[in-house]
Ligand binder design. Structure first.
Ligand code: NAP
Length: 300
């Protein structure tokens, strides 16, 4: 049984699961980071920092995600601007909307909610976002900067995983990390972040062709699952005491389910994220941090 929800928890605390694992509580840490950011914005004289969100079509989860991002932006002391286009919007219309935000000096961060409706080319849309305003870190230029170790925006979900590890003081240097999933959205940048200087983990990248996934995962001190298969990760995959971070989201009749079988894995893991309430809220917190960093980049 988990303790109370994060709303009832005090910022700065550490909770454990019934099995004794540290609960890496994304809602709690998100709230801590949003409070810190709001304080920083106020201390800097409350400049007008604007995050623009672009929503195309009527995908329900996308609408919910954009709604939370707008709400948290305001809580962090940022301005939220929203552009919405119908499901029948053409490629040219979506590109024109993004190009306008790209050229607008009063906009500091641009987030295009993915996926776009079928038939639209997301790459062409994303590539209109200047690297400084690419607060989702998903464009080729931002990814290139990450690979080359240059300053730029890092994709929010893998960055959120790193923030959770920092917050709960999970050491990464010299540790073995396994990332399952190799998408440009999560898995690949996660590998780069865990392996880069400063984090210094030794990282293995697993995917659908990995032989004997159980043995590969059991080597990990830090296991990040970004697959999208409900309860793929069982106690067999987990080295006792490992930190297990669940990125996968599967929508089932029982609600949202992660890649990790939380109830059983929390008995073995040393630290674990819940799903929902783990990596998802952290994605939003990192988006806000990236937006403020974008403002600073654009204003020297
Ligand atoms: P994706 O592009 O579909 O990638 C999934 C990865 O999982 C692929 O690399 C795939 O391998 C691998 N995979 C599939 N089946 C596997 C298996 N049986 N064993 C090992 N690896 C397997 O998805 P994504 O965009 O990275 O997203 C991954 C999950 O994270 C999704 O559920 C998504 O909804 C969720 N997500 C969550 C957040 C959050 O904030 N928590 C944010 C973004 C995404 P191959 O490359 O070999 O096909």
């Amino acid at each position: 049984m988990l303790a109370a929800t994060s709303k009832e928890r005090t910022l700065g605390t550490v909770e454990h699961t019934a099995g004794g694992a540290i609960l890496m509580d994304g809602k709690l840490v998100r709230d801590e980071l949003i409070v810190q950011l709001a304080e920083q914005v106020a201390a800097d004289g409350s400049p007008e920092v604007t995050l623009a969100t672009v929503l195309v079509g009527d995908d329900k989860p996308s609408r919910v995600y954009v709604g939370s991002k707008r709400k948290k932006a305001v809580e962090a002391g940022l301005q939220s601007r929203h552009v919405e286009l119908g499901a029948d919007a053409t490629q040219a219309e979506v590109q024109a909307a993004v190009a306008e935000l790209a050229a607008d000096d009063s906009v500091h961060g641009i987030l295009v909610q993915l996926p776009l409706p079928d038939g639209l080319d997301a790459e062409a849309v994303l590539n209109l976002i200047p690297p400084e305003k690419d607060v989702d870190g998903l464009t080729e230029r931002s990814m290139g900067r990450l690979v080359r170790g240059k300053p730029g925006h890092v994709p929010c979900t893998p960055l959120g995983v790193m923030r959770l590890l920092e917050r709960y003081e999970i050491p990464t240097s010299g540790k073995k990390a396994v990332v399952i999933g190799r998408s440009t959205l999560v898995g690949l940048p996660q590998v780069l972040l865990l392996g880069r200087k400063g984090a210094d983990a030794t990282v293995t990248l697993a995917h659908s062709r990995t032989a004997d996934l159980v043995s590969v995962c059991r080597e990990a001190d830090i296991l990040v699952a970004a697959v999208g298969m409900a309860r793929l990760i069982t106690p067999d995959h987990v080295k006792p005491g490992a930190a297990v971070l669940d990125v996968g989201i599967s929508r089932t009749e029982a609600g949202i389910v992660g890649d990790v079988d939380f109830d059983t894995v929390q008995e073995v893991a040393g630290a674990i994220t819940p799903m929902p309430g783990g990596t998802g809220p952290m994605t939003i917190a990192c988006l806000m941090q990236n937006t403020y960093a974008a403002y600073k980049m654009l204003n020297g």
